[in-house]
Design a protein around this ligand. Structure first.
Ligand code: PLP
Length: 450
């Protein structure tokens, strides 16, 4: 019976679903593992096989699964008022959630715009930067500066800002007003010190501004750590120096915290408390609802808004929004999620686990095939290399990493495969003992496969 259900799901996926990452030669052939339910940090496959959810879904299941408080809030809101037009009507969940998020964001980032997820959050932030400069009467100030290895989403505009070049082929990516900077990946520093590497990155940014003209550049868009690009942690001081340059040239600093927000790095938001800057705009999604329902948004600085509102508005209307902006059920879920995180001290817990998690990952470096590990808060990775003298990301290492991931899966751990990286970003409620379980499985898998 159970097998029939799995077979049914697999058949329906094969026959009818177009996956977000689909090898087209295998359309209709390959399928994915089928999950049936989840509890805490675990997900279960058909037949009851238990797996630790190493990537927390897609870096989003902060409070873990089966949290009745969130489910009750969703059910209640769906019953009393499942929908209201954000154009004409206000509802209590969106209002309360905006106030709550404003209390968690750094500085004066107190005005919240809700979207349907991370891509639409970043897309809206970029459209805001366009609107901002048009209202200010400087229509030529539109260019967006981004980095190689950055990931910002799958709308036309956010895909164009994504510096994971592997995502570009066979799509028409319109990058006429987008400029790329080097990835701040310390593994590219060669024989330069971290300080020299940072100086070079800063110089590249300054040179680019000079070449393009600051009066053509609207925004610098950057993740605090480049998550999907390979858990890349920029050199110390990077964000502060880039922010200072943005300030000097009146360029909006948009911090894409879709992954790092809501506790992932051991703080509600990573920009200020982990990396020392107050950006002009923060985008968020994922952890805001712990993945229970889709929601995203942006928090915008009051100072920035003051420049184009009130007496400075010049008759303008901000006309950018979604049918599901301020969606009451999603906002109620997010409120319940945040209240739960506050009640149980989950962000503090993530911060307390961070050193243990980093040390546990680092303990794997005694294994042949592990080049290095990286971690911030509860996001980390293992860089798998059969021969550390070869360049990163070669096909042999990718195949080696895939085998490790497959073996981890057999042993009861989901790992996110990302080229030659095993990425781990567990639910924030994970305990020391559960971290030990994850690392034991990884150790066994790497040892067996290597
Ligand atoms: N920005 C970052 C930093 C992300 O990692 C992602 C998704 O992983 C997005 C934006 C896009 O978010 P979504 O997939 O919810 O549209």
């Amino acid at each position: 019976m159970a097998e029939n259900r799995t077979g049914d799901v697999e058949a329906a996926v094969r026959e009818h679903i177009l996956l977000p990452a689909q090898e087209m030669a295998k359309l209709g052939k390959a399928t994915q593992p089928v999950l049936t339910h989840a509890e805490g940090i675990y997900v279960f496959a058909e037949g009851g096989r238990r797996l630790i959810d190493g990537p927390a879904g897609m870096w989003c299941a902060q409070v873990g699964y089966g949290r009745k408080e969130i489910v009750d809030a969703i059910a209640h809101q769906a019953m009393v008022l499942p929908y209201a037009s954000p154009w004409y009507m206000a509802t209590s969940p969106a209002a309360k959630l905006a106030r709550k998020i404003a209390s968690l964001t750094p500085g004066d980032l107190n005005r919240i715009f809700f979207t349907t997820g991370g891509s639409t959050a970043v897309d809206s932030a970029l459209r805001f930067s366009e609107f901002f400069n048009n209202v200010l009467g400087r229509p030529q100030k539109k260019r967006i500066i981004v980095r190689y290895d950055g990931y910002h989403g799958s709308t036309a505009l956010t895909a164009a800002c994504t510096g994971r070049t592997g995502n570009w082929p066979n799509f028409d990516i319109h990058q006429d007003r987008i400029s790329f900077l080097s990835s701040p990946n310390l593994r590219h520093a060669g024989n330069r010190s971290a300080e020299q590497f940072l100086d070079d990155l800063v110089k590249e940014f300054e040179d680019q501004i000079e070449a393009l003209g600051a009066d053509t550049i609207a925004a610098f868009l950057a993740e605090p750590i480049l998550a999907s690009g390979g858990v890349i942690i920029p050199p110390k001081g990077y964000h502060a120096r880039f922010k200072a340059i943005c300030e000097r040239h009146d360029i909006l600093y948009i911090s894409d915290e879709v992954v790092t927000g809501f506790g992932r790095c051991g703080e509600w938001f990573a920009s200020e408390k982990v990396f020392g800057i107050v950006p002009d705009i923060i985008t968020f999604a994922k952890g805001v609802t712990s993945g229970y329902v889709p929601l995203g948004g942006l928090a915008i600085s009051e100072k920035v808004l003051a420049r184009i509102s009130g007496e400075n508005a010049k008759g303008s209307w901000f006309t950018n929004g979604y049918t599901y902006s301020n969606q009451p059920v999603a906002c109620a879920a997010a409120l319940a999620n945040i209240e739960l995180m506050e009640r149980d001290g989950i962000v503090d817990h993530a911060r307390e686990m961070a050193d243990y998690f980093a040390a546990a990952l680092a303990s794997l470096t005694d294994l042949p095939g592990v080049a290095e590990t990286r971690a911030v808060g509860l996001v980390g990775c293992v860089q798998c290399m059969l021969d550390p003298t070869r360049p990163d990301g070669n096909d042999d290492d990718k195949a080696f990493t895939r085998k490790i991931d497959e073996r981890c899966f057999e042993l009861g751990l989901i790992v996110r495969p990302l080229g030659d990286l095993c990425v781990i970003s567990p639910p924030l409620i994970i305990t020391r003992a559960q971290i030990d379980d994850m690392i034991a499985i990884m150790r066994q898998a790497i040892s067996e496969v290597g």
